[in-house]
Design a protein around this ligand. Structure first.
Ligand SMILES: [Mg+2]
Length: 338
């Protein structure tokens, strides 16, 4: 009888995941490509805390970048596939996400990561994601381990908090399609296994530890081939801010920086600020940390001025409402606590 009262997901945490991702992305976009030293000199410690826009692509205040746009493609695409067939395979979900990514790509976004752009072009040329990812792997080798699959992965955790096997398999397929390297895919799978634990009520530190074990159990090949991800996850939080500075676009380093920011923070706002002030790939570190922090502390922990200034309100609201409807149909309204 006690099981009945157990929540599968809490709306405030799910909402926090989506909006935390968007806030980290939009705030970090201002600082993208700056070094930690430059950020410190211009803003002071954690001093960039308002949505000002700017940055290398001339963003508007509250404008989100490809991280948020692609995370929405992942959520909407996965829901497209699941509404057609509740038992949709990881490949079917990948293909539906791919349709969304292609539509977004053709709309001419300001900024598209080079690896993702190559994969989308190869998918158009070759007609399937299997062929496209093989072509990317051949062409880029180790350089396919950028953080472009990690940055969009988080919403998948909302779909299977009760099914870690399916969550791991789908996260893998949705990462591998554009970033066919274990060092890119393992961080994405790890992130979702950690988010799953957070959504089920664990704090960030416990969830990180648990996700290391989950990755080894559910994706042993990835855990083994990307030992760098596991090592970085385990040590995140123990290194100094100086050692974490100037985060490159390499997926394991991005994951480590986001974990460092979240595990050492007292609330979601501080986690996002710690992430983006490290310098380097600030929008993506901000997006990954924001998803974790928003899920861990809930949407109410994000400053209202940040959430309110996000320009993509309609898109975020649409995807979130769709998820809520799907989740209530799947688990029953009583399992989705507010
Ligand atoms: Mg970006």
């Amino acid at each position: 009888m006690r099981r009945k009262a157990r929540a599968i997901a809490r709306v405030a945490q799910a909402h926090g995941l989506i909006y935390g991702l968007a806030c980290g992305d939009a705030l970090g976009a201002t600082l993208e490509f700056m070094s930690r030293a430059e950020i410190l000199a211009r803003y002071g410690p954690l001093g960039h805390d308002q949505m000002t826009g700017g940055g290398p692509f001339g963003w508007l205040p509250g404008e989100t970048t490809d991280d948020t746009a692609q995370a929405l493609c992942v959520l909407e695409g996965a829901l497209d596939a699941l509404e057609r067939d509740p038992r949709a395979t990881p490949e079917a979900i990948r293909d539906a996400v791919g349709e969304r990514l292609l539509a977004w790509f053709h709309a001419g976004p300001k900024d598209v990561g080079a690896t993702t752009a190559l994969a989308l072009a190869e998918r158009e040329r070759l007609g399937s994601w299997d062929a496209a990812s093989r072509a990317v792997a051949r062409r880029l080798g180790e350089r396919a381990a950028g953080n472009g699959a990690l940055m969009r992965a988080a919403p998948l955790s909302l779909l299977w908090p009760d099914d870690p096997v399916r969550l791991a398999e789908t996260s893998r397929a949705v990462a591998w399609m554009t970033h066919p390297h274990p060092d890119a895919v393992a961080p994405a799978v790890f992130l979702n296994l950690m988010l799953r634990r957070i959504l089920l009520g664990e704090d960030a530190r416990a969830a990180k530890k648990g996700a290391v074990a989950d990755l080894a159990a559910l994706a042993p090949d990835l855990a083994e081939r990307s030992t760098v991800t596991v090592r970085r996850a385990l040590r995140a939080g123990r290194l100094s801010e100086e050692r974490m500075a100037d985060v490159p676009g390499w997926a394991p380093a991005t994951l480590e920086a986001a974990l460092w920011a979240v595990v050492g923070a007292r609330d979601a706002k501080e986690a996002v600020l710690r992430a983006i002030h490290l310098g380097g790939d600030a929008d993506t570190v901000g997006a990954v940390a924001g998803a974790l922090a928003g899920a861990a502390w809930g949407a109410g922990s994000l400053p209202g001025t940040w959430v309110g200034s996000i320009l993509a309100q309609d898109e975020l609201h649409h995807a979130f409402a769709r998820w809520q409807e799907w989740a209530a149909a799947r688990w029953g309204k009583e399992a989705i606590l507010s």
